[in-house]
Design a binder for this molecule. Structure first.
Ligand code: DQA
Length: 144
């Protein structure tokens, strides 16, 4: 089965408790399960990984890029300033969809900037967990 890496950055392990108005009420596990279910429809396996640490995310990207055909990532706050993560994403040479649960364009000004987005084929924001379903469909379409 072809694999998609589903990656979450800092504080997203607290989903379910974190500001539900912005992030919805689902836990990270539930979001991962929903993504797995959607990916199954297209015969993709999901490899899930979350870390609060930039270096861990980069290490995982470097390892898994060799085994995966695409990446779905919510980099959390690293979105807005991690050029190291941007470089690591770019170096995978894989199709990547960036997902944000909240509407990053309608919050603090600094959140509307994504330094990681230029490494991605698309960015989805403001659709809560539905963004992940859309991301799987985008990747399936892209890899067709
Ligand atoms: C987020 C938006 C980021 O600005 C924030 O730091 C997060 C979550 C989102 O999913 O909406 O941790 O990526």
């Amino acid at each position: 089965m072809k694999k998609i890496l589903l990656m979450h950055g800092p504080n997203l392990n607290l989903l379910g408790k974190r500001n539900p108005e912005h992030y919805g009420s689902l836990t990270l596990k539930r979001i991962e399960d929903l993504t797995v279910e959607e990916a199954k429809k297209f015969n993709y396996e999901i490899i899930s990984y979350q870390s609060n640490h930039e270096g861990n995310l980069i290490d995982k990207l470097q390892i898994e890029a060799n085994h995966c055909v695409a990446i779905i990532i919510n980099p959390g706050a690293f979105t807005h300033y991690s050029y190291a993560l941007y470089d690591a994403l770019l170096d995978t040479e894989l199709p990547i969809v960036e997902v944000h649960l909240s509407d990053i364009k309608q919050r603090e000004a600094w959140r509307s900037i994504s330094v990681t987005a230029p490494a991605c084929i698309n960015v989805i924001w403001g659709k809560k967990e539905k963004g992940y379903i859309e991301a799987v469909n985008m990747i399936a379409e892209h890899l067709k």
